[in-house]
Design a protein around this ligand. Structure first.
Ligand code: S3P
Length: 173
């Protein structure tokens, strides 16, 4: 089966939904940020502060290129994976891309207790989040094959909704 990529802004629940999907489908989950941290032996925040964002983006692209060669994976991507055209091309060629969407208000609620997201350091108001989201919106749309609103439902409900939509569109064979 081709890969299923979950993309979307920070706090839209990609990791949790990926885990729920793996309970329903015989696919393994790849958590991009977690794996990059393991490979680099450094947290994402430390990579950003010690090496800079560009170095993190290079690692992200390198890792995506490597995993895209495998099949049968649900890949939970970092929120900025869409920032490079090259990454969008890689995902589209090796799987189906599912966009998880939520309003700035919902995202704000969800990210407010976390301190492991360098881009949101001291930028966790609804206005801050809306500004980053607006600047990325076009890229998320460009990357997405299917889009899901994650505001109202539980991760398991969203996982089932995604699987139903993928089956309907003929992606699950
Ligand atoms: C980022 C999102 C983060 C992580 C890094 C940058 C982004 O992942 O990759 O902090 O640019 O949106 P999550 O979306 O899993 O929080």
């Amino acid at each position: 089966m081709e890969n299923i990529y979950l993309i979307g802004f920070m706090g839209t629940g990609k990791s949790t939904v990926a885990k729920e999907m793996s309970k329903l489908l015989p696919l393994r989950v790849v958590e991009m940020d977690e794996t990059i941290e393991m490979l680099a032996s450094e947290s994402i925040s430390d990579i950003f502060s010690n090496k800079g964002e560009a170095a993190f983006r290079d690692m992200e692209t390198m890792f995506l290129n490597a995993i895209s060669k495998e099949k049968n994976q649900i890949i939970s991507c970092g929120g900025g994976i869409v920032l490079r055209d090259e990454n969008i091309d890689t995902m589209k060629k090796s799987g189906v891309v599912c966009l998880l969407e939520a309003s700035p208000e919902v995202i704000c609620d969800r990210v407010n207790n976390s301190n492991n997201r360098p881009l949101l350091e001291n930028k966790k108001t609804v206005e801050d989040i809306k500004a980053i989201l607006d600047s990325r919106q076009e890229r998320y749309q460009k990357a997405a094959d299917l889009t899901f609103d994650v505001s109202a439902n539980t991760p398991m409900e969203i996982a089932s909704e995604i699987i139903k939509a993928l089956a309907l569109k003929g992606y699950l064979h």
